[in-house]
Design a protein around this ligand. Structure first.
Ligand code: BEZ
Length: 223
């Protein structure tokens, strides 16, 4: 059964969260969005991930990306666990996390969004949620998804890096190469003819000579 595919409109679900009931598309408004799921509250790797996500929240705001987490416990557990996450970050217990956490204790969203990890089970033998990342564009379409098993924590610097690439390539007719970082040179899209590339990228197009003689490896400074 195929799950959500890139380009699909992301489901407009409603959910209880730590900041009240939401309708997902209304929550996103005109912003980009990131939905990241967690296997369970009060677990070590998830605590480090949510702590890191909270520390980086201003970076997501800067990029106009609304953050929302999901874990398969209820709002009460999420609120108790949030205090531990803030303590892990050495922050005041009184303040809230800078994003809501969706309560999915019946695993309804985890099932419908294809998030379950069949290899990781809870005490009752029920599969836990995998570490999914969905990045959704302002058009509500899925732009990127990542799926990690419960035993591997995510790298939130990498998530910001891919958002930078997604936002750049949504605006400019370029692609970002392996290990690209903002400010590095980018690749000219293969479907742009040479004369058009020259006018589109006045900073210059560098073509790497290759044994095939084909001129497809074309770089330009980041526009
Ligand atoms: C964790 O977050 O530490 C975790 C959760 C479920 C399985 C393995 C690790």
């Amino acid at each position: 059964m195929p799950g959500l595919l890139l380009g699909d409109v992301f489901p407009d679900f409603d959910a209880e969260t730590t900041t009240g009931k939401i309708q997902f598309h209304d929550f996103l408004g005109d912003s980009w969005g990131i939905l990241f799921s967690h296997p369970r509250d009060y677990t070590p790797v998830c605590t480090t991930e949510l702590g890191r996500a909270a520390k980086l929240s201003s970076e997501f705001t800067k990029r106009n990306v609304k953050m929302i987490a999901l874990s398969i416990d209820n709002v009460e557990d999420h609120c108790g666990w949030s205090k531990d996450i803030l303590a892990y970050n050495n922050e005041e217990p009184g303040c809230d996390l800078p994003f809501p956490i969706i309560a999915d204790s019946q695993r309804e969203l985890a099932v419908s969004l294809g998030m379950l990890d069949p290899d990781e089970k809870d005490k009752e033998g029920m599969p836990l949620t995998a570490r999914c990342v969905f990045i959704i564009g302002p058009d509500k379409k899925l732009k990127l998804s990542l799926l990690y098993p419960a035993t591997t924590g995510r790298n939130f610097d990498e998530i910001l890096r891919v958002i930078d690439s997604l936002q750049l390539t949504a605006q400019k007719r370029v692609a970002t190469p392996a290990d690209w970082k903002p400010g590095d040179r980018v690749m000219v899209l293969p479907n742009i003819p040479e004369d058009e590339a020259a006018s589109l990228f006045p900073a210059g197009v560098y073509k790497k000579d290759l044994p095939s003689g084909k001129k497809y490896l074309r770089y330009t400074p980041q526009p």
